[in-house]
Design a protein around this ligand. Sequence first.
Ligand code: TXE
Length: 487
Amino acid sequence: MDQFQLYIDGAFVPGAATFPSLDPATGTPWAEMPEAREAEVNAAVEAAHRAFHGPWSRLTATARGKLLMKLADLVQAAAPRLAALETRDTGKIIRETSAQIAYVADYYRYYAGIADKIEGAHLPIDKPDMEAWTRREPVGVVAAIVPWNSQLFLSAVKVGPALAAGCTLVLKASEDGPAPLLEFAKLVHEAGFPPGVVNVITGFGPACGHVLTTHPKVAHIAFTGGPGTARAVVRNSAENLASTSLELGGKSPFIVFADADLESAANAQVSGIFAATGQSCVAGSRLIVQNAVKAEFLARLKAKAEAIRIAAPDQMTTEVGPLCTERQRDHIVRTIAASVAGGARLVTGGHVPEGAGFYFPPTILDCSAAPGAPALSEEFFGPVLAVQGFDTEEEALRLANDTAFGLASGVFTGSLTRAHRMIRGIRAGVVWVNTYRAVSPIAPFGGHGLSGHGREGGLAAALDYTTTKTVWLRTSDDPIPDPFVMR
Ligand code: TXE
């Protein structure tokens, strides 16, 4: 079996124990993963804290940017290796991992460029004998916690801005499929970051995640995962009063009006829900389609869903691979069963196939007769599309906003004015119009409500890893007057 190590204080070290990682395509163990527990987590945070106050703080912002640029080049060169590992350990198909990891390099490049553009401001202060200005300073040690899906991508949107801002990190890979991030640690090492600036660990919630998020030397927690774990993380942050940014997935509406280009909308919907085998925070998992074209649109979708090539994730021709874990598949099966019991109708899919591996077919559930179905309110995090019909624009908007989440949304229409009304009315962090799933390092990304708070991507994300220091400097040589009057 393949072996992996933790990366703490610039050294590759074993964990307190090891645990097996399963190949989701076969359900059998293929690698031994190092498990970080209290001692390893403490060592990683201490190393990050030393680096923050030591060598990292002495580098100029430009030098930090150069190191990030080096890392970007190394990620790009290693993309095929990282992609193969992510596919092996998480089941995400090679077609997606190859393209996504090559693009991850651009996220590091973007934040390399940001590093020396984080500026304070001179204040036109209302006192004639004072100068005042602000400095943007790094918050300190960041705990970055990611789930199994797209780990290199989800970590880049934390590691890039945190390092650009001058923070140091402990990056916790998911216990499900940690191989790509443990391998990424080798690139951090090769790039020449001072020891402790980036530490990469993995482990389980109670013994690792809890210790990390309650640690008194952690200043910020950047978390991607489910709302349940996010609540635990926020409770943990009551210990150290760390700030948090949370990216928690969604139940994103995908709205199709009768005047839309239905073929484009159907293709976008297929990729919006079935890409990454549905394990995507922005999955367009609620189709809200105008009743005038509902039957036609569903027929197109059904045909496309049934033509999807489901096969081993390491084949370039595969379009849907296995889910990452059996636990995830069980959750999907349970939620479909409860929805069907509540009146939802299976249009296609819905049943666990024969054979090894954690496969599940593209599934469409018409929930028009089941407004209370869990399929409409709970995140599947799998290849399952829940469908509702509507007649009027007002109804479409009401259904779109009838969710506790608020991450992404899509609107397909041929009307420019309607598109603008929908953009204004939809409560979500991202609105895509006549497209879906476009992302870029330049564009902020994040949600409302159960989808979390804070934004990743863009300049503002780097500023979130800073704190403002206000400086006052008296310019008068006169003695300070009456000490008991505030000036
Ligand atoms: O992720 P968890 P799970 C949703 C999706 C999925 C559900 C549960 O609906 O079905 O969440 O997924 C670490 N302190 N999303 O349970 O638990 C854990 O080790 C600190 C949406 O697999 O949220 C892992 O590294 N950390 C989503 C990370 O949290 C703790 C992505 C995420 O795991 C911890 C994933 C603790 N007490 C799931 N307990 C999205 N936004 O895309 C666990 N962790």
